[in-house]
Design a protein around this ligand. Structure first.
Ligand SMILES: NC(=O)c1ccc[n+]([C@@H]2O[C@H](COP(=O)([O-])OP(=O)(O)OC[C@H]3O[C@@H](n4cnc5c(N)ncnc54)[C@H](O)[C@@H]3O)[C@@H](O)[C@H]2O)c1
Ligand SMILES: [Zn+2]
Length: 364
């Protein structure tokens, strides 16, 4: 067993911070060094499942929120700020944020605007947040009917990783987290993907074994966000699978968990890369096989290429009649490839849906 520390330091333009791994709830509590200046924003479900953490802060210092997209709004942020104000939090206070990506976004927003900013520390509790969103400093809340419209880049003081939280996660949330890990493993190149593939073969989605995969994902993401924290160039490649994944989420009315939609989007991106001569057929089939076996889902909402194209046109990253896709080339390097919505591109998507769609196995 490799007991070497997996701690990872991130160079951020707002000061560097460390993603620190702990091995038990007790170690987590010790690392948090809870004192009178610490307040906790907690996912209500996590607070209920892990009462000792709440107890360490004292109930009156804990603000519980439901992890829903409705809460991830300016009014949800306002409720959190009001809580801090009512409890007399000052500029010397700090906010500890405990939960998945939803609570992370509410907490980051609140900590950044309360008194023009108080320090915050993040304790991710879902696989998606441990392996992906906990580093990179992105923060966004929803506006009206649209997701992630208001936000900024803001780093935490530190991230505390305790994979023990994953024991209480639903199997779909675990699988969803693995979808983002799949994406990052291919982003890391052929070798990194081979490590991921071998891990799945050996351990499947066992949460007790997942820590090396969290470290692998963060290791792939770190150099990318450090090189381009503000998303002007290379960081856009982290959207691999997301242009298609978001479109699928939208046409299925969010029936598909995010990370599974990303896995589906990765498959479609790889298909487009293969059919446009960028990627070998064998590589497509190899990853496709894994996605079909591990990430498939029976989706009830019917969808087609035209609906997906229409949804892509509404994406906040689309401009006019073009959308950016991120496709692998033969060296397994991700490239930004603009696509004209419609025509040739739509025909390719139709072909994918008819022959390969991992979510509609009945159609095959
Ligand atoms: N800021 C970023 O960089 C970034 C990146 C990716 C996604 N996001 C956002 O993250 C959100 C999705 O986050 P998520 O997938 O982490 O899920 P989530 O925060 O929606 O949590 C998923 C579910 O798991 C529950 N839960 C959380 N931890 C648990 C635990 N340890 N045991 C049992 N149940 C637990 C929650 O209550 C919720 O019901 C989206 O809003 C997305 O936009 C943000
Ligand atoms: Zn994602």
């Amino acid at each position: 067993v490799n007991t070497a520390s997996r701690d990872l330091s991130i160079e951020s333009l707002q000061g560097s911070y460390v993603a620190e791994f702990v091995q038990s709830e007790r170690e987590l509590l010790a690392a948090l060094r809870v004192d009178d200046g610490a307040f906790l924003l907690a996912d209500a479900r996590v607070a209920e499942l892990y009462p000792q953490i709440v107890a360490a802060f004292g109930t009156e210092r804990v603000h519980r929120v439901a992890a829903t997209e409705d809460e991830k709004t300016l009014s949800g942020v306002e409720r959190c700020c009001l809580f801090l104000q009512e409890r007399g939090a000052s500029r010397a206070s700090r906010l500890v944020v405990l939960g998945g990506g939803i609570v992370q976004d509410i907490g980051t927003f609140c900590a950044h605007v309360y008194y023009r900013g108080i320090p915050y520390e993040y304790v991710p509790t879902t696989l998606l947040s441990m392996a992906d969103s906990s580093i990179g400093a992105k923060c966004a809340v929803n506006l009206g009917a649209y997701k992630n419209q208001l936000g900024f880049f803001q780093s935490p003081r530190r991230v505390l990783q305790w994979p023990g939280f994953l024991e209480t996660l639903t199997p779909d949330d675990v699988r969803s987290g693995f979808g983002e890990i799949l994406k990052l493993s291919i982003t890391g190149g052929r070798q990194t993907y081979a490590v991921f593939e071998a891990h799945l073969k050996r351990f499947g989605f066992a949460t007790s074994e997942v820590e090396p995969m969290i470290a692998l994902s963060l290791g792939v993401k770190k150099p990318v966000i450090e090189a381009d924290e503000y998303d002007r160039g290379i960081r856009k490649t982290l959207n691999y699978g997301h242009t298609f994944g978001h479109a699928l989420e939208s046409v299925t009315d969010h029936q598909v968990p995010h990370g599974l939609a990303v896995a589906w989007g990765v498959d479609l991106a790889n298909f487009v890369a293969w059919r446009t001569g960028m990627w070998p057929e064998a590589d497509f089939l190899r990853v496709h096989e894994l996605i079909v076996t591990r990430f498939s889902l029976q989706v009830r909402a019917p969808y087609d290429a035209a609906a997906l194209i229409a949804a892509m046109g509404k994406d906040k990253k689309a401009s006019g009649s073009t959308v950016q896709t991120i496709l692998p080339d033969s060296a397994w390097t991700l490239q930004l490839v603009p696509q004209q919505l419609g025509g040739q591109f739509q025909t390719l998507i139709e072909e994918f849906l008819k022959t390969f769609d991992p979510f509609l196995p009945g159609r095959r």
